[in-house]
Each structure stands twice: as structure tokens, then as C-alpha cells.
Write a protein that binds this ligand. Sequence first.
Ligand SMILES: [Zn+2]
Ligand SMILES: [Zn+2]
Length: 289
Amino acid sequence: MGADSSPTEMFELVSNETRVAILRALAEAFRESPTDPVVAYSDLRERVGVRDKGNFNYHLDRLGDLVSRESEGYVVSSVGLAVVSAVASGSLDPEWTWGPTDVPGECSFCGDSLELRYENGHLLLTCGVDDHALLFPVSPTLLDGDADATRDVLERVAVTVYQQTLQLGHGVCPECQGAVTPEIAPEPKSDQDGYYFHGDCRDCGFQYGFPVGAAALSNPEVIAFYSEAGVDVRTTPFWTLEWCHAGHETIVSEEPLRARVDVRRGSETLSLTLDSAAGVVSTERSVAD
Ligand SMILES: [Zn+2]
Ligand SMILES: [Zn+2]
């Protein structure tokens, strides 16, 4: 499957049960024996359980570069493995929904309680007002754990979203790992003042928008500041942190842009100044009298 193959073609390929079963069988053989993952033709047909040889051959051929043909049989390619894990993650299923589940914290804009909900392929953090919602790209498998383990789900979401803010700050699209230009820019929604931490992926088109404070979340000094109090900020849902609320930043200068975020803990404050590229340009600690 070359770079020119259209995603539509990929969806086509995995829309057929026999083809998915062939890929799964080869991926399983790969997991069982990574040094010798080749499956002989007859063994593969038996594993997939298709009697009709013509039908089986047709689907095997259709898989193209997802499978490679060796002298002793077939082996899944690395692209094929990526397709198997995409199918297993549930991301390709537009019908999949999860939640809503109540989560700690309150909406930055209206102060209402928040819930997490998965629909249309994304996870939403929402108070119920669409314009206040934040959207995170995560896989259904992240959420689809033990129903009683809500706290664990929240921690998994927190870690994943933390990682997304880190990646976005470094110009990596969390969804497809394509190129994004991170920036601190004026909030485009007309009824909301202030700035946001933003980036549009040039490859997959995903648009990221976080409160400005989220750009400072992965700063080593912020991590240390919390660590001193025994808190791992990387596993804390950022929306429960006051300084990560929308509009909490102070615009120190517009040209060039400098936005200050004040992280408070007791009488201590860690102030971080960010530039328009969402980089931290200076930090300062102070203690109130
Ligand atoms: Zn709200
Ligand atoms: Zn992308």
C-alpha cells in the first residue's frame, strides 16, 4: 500500500470480514512467532476458515501490500499490522459511542459541571453547550475498559490528553503524527475573548484547540512544581487545574505576543511566559508574603 493509496481504498479493504480475518490470522502468527511469522497457504486458509478457494484467493489478492508473499507462504507487512491495530482500536467504527460519564472540574466558560462523551470518532469534554466543548482524538480502546473503573478511565484520558498537548507543542499531530504549527492565537469564536493554544494538522486536517495554560502543562518546571507537592501533573486532568482554564492567561504584550500563565500552589506562584509559537520563553517563581 503506497503513499498514494486513498483512505477510501483502505476502508474498502477492511470492510470485508474475510480480508480482516486474513490480516488478523497473519498478525496473530506474527505475535506468536515474530522471528518466523510466515503462514503456509493451506494453514492460512484453515485458520481463516473459508472453504471456497476462489473466494479466499480473491480476498487474499485484494489485500495487496498489506500482506507479502514469501516462498513458504504469507506474512503480514508492517502496514498490514498498522491496519490490524487500527481495526482493533475501534477508531474506524463511526457508530461507536461511549458515556456520558461525569468528570471532576467545571466548564471554563459557564462554570457548569462537565462530562466526557465519545461520539463521531472523538472524545468530547462538554458542559452541554457545543461552543464550550473540547474535543480530543482518542481511540475507543482507551475508554472501553472495566465499567466500574471510572477513575482509571479518567487517568488514561488525562495521560493521553497530556501527551497530546506535549506533541502539539512540538509540532507533531497527535492524531496522525503529521506536521502542525503550534501557536497561541486569538480565540476565533466571536462570543469568547482571549487566546487559545491551537494547531491545524496539514496532513489529516485535525484542528486542535486547548486553553493557553495547556501549552505549559508539559514544561519541566511545571512538572517539578507539582512533584514537590506529591502531585503528578501528567496524570491530572488539565481541565481541573485553574490556570488551564480558558481566559486565565494574562496577555503581557501583543507585538510580539507574550502570554503569562500563573500556576499557584499555596503561597507559591510559578509564572510562565509563552510566545506566539506556544514555547515557554521564561519562568519565574515567587512567594507571597
Ligand atoms: Zn459551559
Ligand atoms: Zn494529523
